[in-house]
Design a protein around this ligand. Structure first.
Ligand code: HPA
Length: 267
């Protein structure tokens, strides 16, 4: 299936990029800044699941951003939608087959770190996997990666360093933190936000971790960013709506666009 999908894409776009970007909730407008050469609807891609969430458009976009040729996934597949882990991470396998070397992932997340504000951008320095399943469970195909992959630098330090340099020179407020990945679709109870903070999390969301695990297995370097769309904790009883999450993500869009574009220039 991976080979079939990769061949289909190769036939459509010709040259394939070494950089891929997964655009999360409300961050799809990064694609508006791309100099687009080809777009493919997920519906038209063999073996691709189809995204069901509102606000996740569902297409692969090829083009230039920050002077680099990239492929962007506008819309991703979430475990809470009912997909299996293999489906959620299938696009990353296709990226691997196409020769992608660096993956940028973005998402919307709820902040537990008390220094965070709504609209902050957080560079993901590490994650805690609280999904009930690991996408690598089952038979290991050694041509795809090793049985027991290390996760000690799941988010590459040199990419975090690039981001910090850009934040410094462009005057961006850039936070660092550990992303906790959960299934959703419920947002957390105040006690759960507090628990995630106590175990070492700075932000929590419903995506990213499965894709990052598979990218690491695949030998792809990962850079991750979260937009903090809401805050949760012991004394916070306000829970956002999906629309408010998207709204907050859009507010942070200029910082995201600047950061990612400058990162691409450095690669
Ligand atoms: N929790 C989980 N996922 C999220 C949140 C949250 O508070 N905000 C955006 N995605």
């Amino acid at each position: 299936m991976i080979e079939e999908t990769a061949s289909f894409i190769r036939a459509k776009v010709g040259e394939t990029p070494e950089i891929a970007i997964i655009l999360g909730s409300g961050l799809g407008n990064l694609a508006d800044h791309m100099d687009v050469s080809c777009e493919i609807d997920y519906h038209d891609i063999p073996n691709f699941p189809v995204s069901t969430v509102e606000g996740h458009a569902g297409k692969l976009i090829f083009g230039k951003l920050g002077g680099k040729y990239v492929m962007a996934m506008k819309g991703r597949f979430h475990y809470y939608e009912g997909y299996g882990m293999k489906q959620v991470t299938f696009p990353v396998r296709v990226m691997q087959k196409l020769g992608v070397k660096t993956l940028f992932v973005s998402n919307a997340a709820g902040g537990m770190n008390k220094e965070f504000r709504v609209g902050d951008v957080m560079v993901i320095t590490d994650h805690i996997n609280l999904f009930p399943e690991n996408p690598l469970r089952g038979k290991n195909y050694s041509e795809l990666g090793t049985r027991f992959p290390a996760m000690t630098e799941a988010y590459k330090k040199y990419l975090v360093k690039y981001a910090d340099e850009i934040a410094e020179s462009c005057g961006l407020r850039l936070m660092h933190g550990v992303y906790v990945g959960t299934t959703g679709p419920t947002f957390e109870t105040p006690a759960e936000y507090e628990y995630f903070r106590v175990i070492g999390g700075d932000a929590v969301g419903m995506s990213t971790v499965p894709e990052v695990i598979v990218a690491n297995h695949a030998g792809i370097d990962v850079f991750g960013v979260s937009v903090i769309t809401d805050l949760g904790g012991k004394d916070i009883d306000y829970v956002p709506t999906h629309e408010e999450v998207q709204q907050a993500a859009e507010t942070a869009a200029p910082v995201m666009v600047k950061l990612i574009t400058e990162m691409l220039k450095k690669l």
